[in-house]
Design a protein around this ligand. Structure first.
Ligand code: MN
Length: 235
């Protein structure tokens, strides 16, 4: 797929565990559009916001992560479109590869554009949308502030929460630092999957501010945790 050429050019799929993409069609029956955020401890910590549109995941790197506070504007750099398969990716990108470091699935769910035509909103540089994630909900906007025009793949946007019942001043990246898929911290993903634990732990909240591990764990994840324990890796 033409849209994924930049994504594929940057990666060696015999080295990185990231998906090559293009295998999963969503079919006409898919009623919702996927939404995901990956917390990515690469050369710098950032949060990758991904919104499914037209067969790919539109992507923005948000250095400080999303804020549910409407007063707070977060910088969001547009990055290359990612394959739909990326929406559940969590793991280690090996040293020396593009984006090397630890990737956590920080939030997931679905999104709904508030305007009728997303492609035209993208061109105009203002996308209003509603998130139905496990952590983020309600109405948001992405507003482009720099880098308009066809060749501007690295355009600069702001991610802002609209005022609604989901707005809050909670420091959500600090209070909900764990994976929605495996409930692990970055350091735990690195430890389990053979990454750089020390480096990954720099993206986790300081030890004194970490919420309990099993607060929101689901039955299926408990089973997986038990399996991990069986293999001698304590949670
Ligand atoms: Mn990234």
């Amino acid at each position: 797929m033409e849209k994924l050429s930049e994504y594929r050019r940057k990666r060696r799929f015999d080295v990185t565990p990231e998906p090559q993409g293009g295998e999963r069609g969503r079919g006409k029956g898919a009623r919702t559009l996927m939404y995901a955020i990956q917390k990515h401890m690469a050369s710098r910590l950032h949060y990758d916001l991904r919104l499914e549109w037209d067969g790919v995941l539109l992507s923005w790197a948000v250095p400080r992560g999303p804020s549910p506070d409407p007063e707070v504007k977060r910088l969001a750099m547009r990055t290359e479109d990612h394959p739909l398969e990326y929406a559940d990716f969590e793991g280690i990108i090996p040293a020396g590869e593009y984006g090397a470091g630890t990737v956590m699935l920080w939030d997931r769910g679905s999104w709904m554009p508030e305007g009728a035509d997303v492609s035209s909103s993208l061109r105009k540089g203002e996308i209003k949308f509603t998130l139905q994630g496990e952590k983020l909900r309600g109405s948001w906007v992405l507003v482009q502030i720099r880098g308009f025009g066809e060749g501007s793949r690295k355009s600069t946007w702001l991610l802002i929460k609209h005022r609604d019942e989901y707005a809050s001043t909670k420091d959500i990246t600090l209070e909900e630092p764990r994976s929605v898929r495996t409930h692990r911290l970055l350091a735990e993903i690195a430890r389990d999957d053979g990454g750089d634990v020390r480096r990954a732990s720099q993206g986790d909240p300081p030890a004194g501010r970490r919420p309990a591990n099993n607060a929101k764990r689901r039955p299926s994840e408990r089973k997986n945790a038990a399996k991990r324990k069986d293999r001698g890796r304590s949670e």
